[in-house]
Design a protein around this ligand. Structure first.
Ligand SMILES: Cc1ncc(COP(=O)(O)O)c(C=O)c1O
Length: 389
């Protein structure tokens, strides 16, 4: 095949004049920090995911931090986290003073293995943090049942799962604390941004207060006519609020979310079709009950069937075919901090370790052209065939 000369990015946000106009309007409104657009985004996002309450934040990491704090997680506690996730999920547990207890994942899709959770529960366990990895829903029926049986909180990492459904219901609607990311590569992008949603008004209200320094008054309108300058700090909070500029972007992105997720699904189907039948390339599978939002398209290179390994595969895609890729994720237990602090080894998390050896995230975003998707899929096929053992 003829190789492209222009580099194809691994991920890009989708935007047009609507995003530009929305940001310009926010700038002209003088609401540059938290203002009415943030409230509108909270309402519309909560409605979309079917949650009762929502607080907009400047990252998903902030959402984890607040969720853990309002659940009372702290020194001496334990929180169960899958190893196949971004470091942020586990790091935020460490910051509370609690210990992240890493759980292995399912070989076929990288989601937390619900059958391995119970063995990790001790009298110190306070919460489980399932990650809807790559946009696929975890087995929430099993996870919620385990949590109920042991009196644990469930804090869902929905960074990849904006619009994902579980058994017909949008992720975010089951009342658990659910944390979203609007980082630039996510299905809704605001540059940096996040949202915490849930069904417990008290928990979300407390998170809202903590998101602005623990100030008791609705601080965002304290400069408006009728707003009061008086506030009291009722807890040492954080500076985690979203801005109106970002929320303006989020509102436009939310409007096009179904279309954008539809494009992702359409492109994923093309990958599936072209990559089918290759011995050396497996693709991660949809989970039972899940209707994923296709945040990522991940292939799993079978190193034993090729004369090159995954890293070399990535090099060839990049240097010879001009294709950007990524790896989601370097499992938490393999990072030096986690190995050295908690003594994790690859043998303790065998499926996550094995998956890590083969996974590559291919470009998947609504702004790609169909011919780009076909080009990437053909490139993967060509490499797999050329280096087949
Ligand atoms: C699975 C997962 N969880 C959490 C995060 C953290 O999101 P944020 O960058 O908005 O804090 C990410 C970000 O990439 C992620 O992929």
């Amino acid at each position: 095949m003829e190789k492209r000369t222009e580099f194809l990015s691994y991920a890009l946000p989708y935007w047009d004049d609507k995003e530009i106009d929305a940001v310009v309007e926010a700038i002209r409104s003088n609401w540059w920090s938290r203002g009415p657009k943030v409230s509108e985004f909270e309402e519309k996002f909560a409605k979309y995911v079917g949650a009762k309450y929502a607080v907009a934040l400047n990252s998903c990491t902030a959402a984890f931090t607040l969720a853990l704090e309002v659940c009372g997680v702290g020194e001496g506690d334990e929180v169960i986290v899958p190893s196949m996730t971004f470091c942020s999920t586990a790091n935020t547990v460490v910051h509370t003073g609690a210990t992240p207890v890493l759980c292995d994942v399912l070989a076929e899709n990288g989601l937390i293995d619900p059958d391995k959770i119970e063995a990790l529960i001790t009298e110190k366990t306070k919460a489980i943090m399932p990650v809807h990895y790559a946009g696929r829903a975890c087995d929430m029926d099993k996870i919620n049942a385990i949590a109920k049986k042991h009196g644990l909180y469930v804090i869902e990492d929905c960074a990849h799962a904006i619009g994902t459904k579980y058994k017909g219901n949008v992720i975010g609607s089951n009342g658990n604390l659910c944390c979203y990311s609007f980082y630039t590569t996510k299905n809704i992008a605001t540059g940096e941004g996040g949202m915490l949603v849930g069904g417990d008004e008290e928990l979300i209200d407390r998170a809202r207060v903590l998101s602005v320094h623990g100030m008791s008054k609705n601080a965002w309108n304290r400069y408006a006519k009728g707003g009061s300058w008086k506030y009291e700090v009722c807890a040492p909070g954080y500076k985690f609020n979203l801005t109106d500029i970002a929320a303006s972007l989020g509102l436009v992105q939310l409007e096009r979310l179904d279309w954008m997720n539809g494009k992702r699904a359409e492109y994923a189907a093309i990958y599936e079709e072209i990559l089918e039948g290759l011995d050396s390339i497996k693709t991660l599978k949809e989970a039972e009950g899940s209707e994923g939002c296709w945040h990522l398209y991940i292939i799993n290179v079978q190193n034993d069937k090729l004369s090159i390994d995954r890293d070399r595969f990535i090099d060839i895609l990049n240097n010879e075919y001009n294709i950007g890729t990524s790896v989601h994720f370097i499992p938490v237990h393999t990072h030096p901090f986690y190995r050295e602090t908690y003594g994790y080894t690859d043998e303790m998390l065998p499926e996550a370790s094995k998956l890590f050896e083969g996974i590559i995230s291919l470009p998947l975003y609504p702004g790609m052209k169909e011919e780009d998707v076909r080009y990437v899929a053909q490139a993967v096929r060509e490499i797999a065939e050329k280096y087949a053992k």
